[in-house]
Design a protein around this ligand. Structure first.
Ligand code: PXL
Length: 277
């Protein structure tokens, strides 16, 4: 959606405005910093509300201070009262109270259906959300989502299924749909087929497969956040969901391929790009 002349004095066409509601990774690879870079790469204006201050670098997550429902609402309200938001992305929503507040805000202000990245655990094994929060996420936020984008580990925790094959990815997608998500994108990650990743989109009727080149690397920090933010930005730019998924996936693959390899652990990917290229 294009924001027509939000500022009457400005002759510049306003870019679509995207909002991320997610955690802060101060090392810049994941969370809102990755989202802001991704929105910007696709020509959108980035806004962000922080749900948790995490303490981390490329080697791991060492702790987190979570925000409250009140402080998340306090951040989001002035932004949505002033700007017309074209797309919303959610990432780390650490507690039930934060999730319920985000669901309330979306319904109360009729925000665009969010791209929900069901962040559960960091690559290094740090639990980013409580078990109770996961149940809130499923019950309160999945039904409001435009699309829910779990990776295999997240899909396993949501469904209690073991996912080792493409067929079990399909079963998990069906189960997440049955749990209330209207559309599910299960990302294949390391579950590779003929050297290709195969992400699976399910809308309750048919499966769509999105292929990408698998790149064997440790530089994967922030891939989930970037994919979800890329989908949101492309929806904001007027693409269909299928187009948005393919464009965002190609963007992530390219960002992995050209990763800067910084830090001693899982390097962030390359988000220094122009116009999503
Ligand atoms: O990639 C998952 C993720 C999302 N958001 C934040 C994170 C992480 C993983 O560490 O820290 C803030």
């Amino acid at each position: 959606m294009i924001n027509k002349a939000q500022s009457p004095k400005s002759k510049v066409q306003c870019p679509p405005i995207c909002l991320t509601i997610a955690g802060l990774d101060p090392s810049g690879g994941a969370g809102i910093i990755a989202d802001i870079k991704t929105f910007t790469a696709f020509g959108c204006f980035a806004t962000a509300a922080v749900t948790s201050l995490t303490f981390q670098n490329t080697t791991g997550v060492f702790g987190a201070v979570n925000q409250t429902a009140e402080s998340v609402r306090g951040q989001v309200l002035p932004v949505i009262e002033d700007f017309q938001i074209a797309a919303v992305k959610t990432g780390m929503l650490p507690t039930g109270e934060v999730i319920e507040e985000v669901a309330r805000l979306i319904q109360e202000f009729k925000l665009p259906a969010p791209v929900v990245d069901p962040v559960v655990r960091s690559t290094s094994g740090f639990d980013l959300i409580t078990d109770e929060a996961l149940q809130s996420l499923i019950k309160s936020l999945f039904p409001l989502a435009r699309v829910v984008t779990p990776n295999i580990a997240e899909a396993e925790r949501i469904t209690n299924l073991k996912i080792e094959t493409f067929e079990s990815m399909q079963a998990a997608a069906r189960k997440i749909y049955d749990l209330g998500a209207k559309v599910v994108l299960v990302k294949s990650g390391h579950l590779v087929h003929d050297g290709k990743t195969r992400d699976l989109l399910f809308d309750g009727e048919s499966f769509e497969v999105f292929e990408g080149q698998f790149i064997e690397t440790k530089a994967t920090h922030g891939t989930g956040c970037t994919l979800a933010a890329g989908i949101a930005a492309n929806l904001a730019n007027g693409k269909t969901l299928n187009e948005a998924v393919q464009i965002a996936k190609d963007f992530v693959t390219n960002a992995i391929r050209t990763a800067p390899h910084i830090g001693r652990g899982h390097s962030p990917i390359n988000l220094i790009t122009e116009n999503g290229k």
